[in-house]
Every structure is written in structure tokens, then in C-alpha cells.
Design a protein around this ligand. Structure first.
Ligand code: NI
Length: 140
């Protein structure tokens, strides 16, 4: 791999915090960490709604909420082409954790996530999306 050397100007305080973050995460050197941050930024900054993406959608919900389970099933069937797999875990008496593995156009995955996360009874959740074309360009 060809590497170009650059120098960075950074506030001492910020650098100390970065080094602490790296040592806690077991990352060996700053260069690798900065490269990882740049890749992460580029992969997440993709804004083309038609770009191909893979994603995980996580949600925690109260299964006793009226009609929530039925709505989730309906939405799941409407978006069946984008949902590769769903993991369901009964966390306790009331709460369920679901993780959906998704693939498709960014626009469709965002729409699905907004519908699911906006349902009454969904207490927490989030979408982590990877743009596949950008990833192919910046991979190690
Ligand atoms: Ni459950």
C-alpha cells in the first residue's frame, strides 16, 4: 500500500484526549486511527439516495404496546426485499430487542428505519448504514 506522509496541526488538549481514546481502544498508532476515521466519515457521508447500502436497524420496544407487533409485521412484509434477517430477543417481561440486517438503496433503508423507529412503543433504536460503493473505494 502506498502511503503519503502529511503533518497535522492539532490542539494539545484534543490530541491528549485522542491518545487516551486510542490507548483505551487498544489502537496501536495514530496514523491507522486517523485513516480509520477518514474511511468512517466517507462511508457515512454518502448522500446519494440511490446508492447501494447495507445496514443494521436496532430497536428496543415494549411488546405490550397496542398493535405494535402487528404493525412491525406489516412493515416487515412491505419491505421484505430490503430485510435480509431479523434477530429477536426477549429482554425481560416487557421489552424486546430486534436487530434487522438490511440491504438496498439508501433511500429505501432510511424510509424503512423512519417507519419502524417512529412507531408508538419503540423506546430506542438506530440505523447504522454503510454505503457499499464508497466502502469499495476506501477499503484498506
Ligand atoms: Ni420479544
Amino acid at each position: 500500500m502506498d502511503l503519503e506522509r502529511i503533518s497535522l496541526a492539532i490542539e494539545p488538549d484534543l490530541l491528549r484526549k485522542f491518545d487516551t481514546f486510542l490507548s483505551e481502544g487498544g489502537v496501536a498508532n495514530r496514523s491507522e486511527a486517523v485513516r480509520d476515521l477518514i474511511r468512517k466519515h466517507l462511508v457515512e457521508a454518502q448522500e446519494d439516495p440511490k446508492a447501494d447500502a447495507a445496514a443494521s436497524l436496532t430497536l428496543v420496544y415494549d411488546h405490550d404496546t397496542r398493535e405494535l407487533s402487528d404493525r412491525l409485521v406489516e412493515i416487515g412484509h412491505e419491505h421484505h426485499a430490503n430485510i435480509l434477517s431479523t434477530l429477536h430477543i426477549h429482554l425481560d417481561h416487557d421489552l424486546c430487542l430486534e436487530v434487522m440486517a438490511l440491504k438496498g438503496k439508501r433511500r429505501d433503508l432510511r424510509r424503512l428505519a423512519a417507519r419502524v423507529l417512529g412507531l408508538k412503543g419503540v423506546l430506542h433504536g438506530g440505523l447504522v448504514m454503510t454505503s457499499l460503493d464508497v466502502l469499495a473505494e476506501v477499503k484498506k
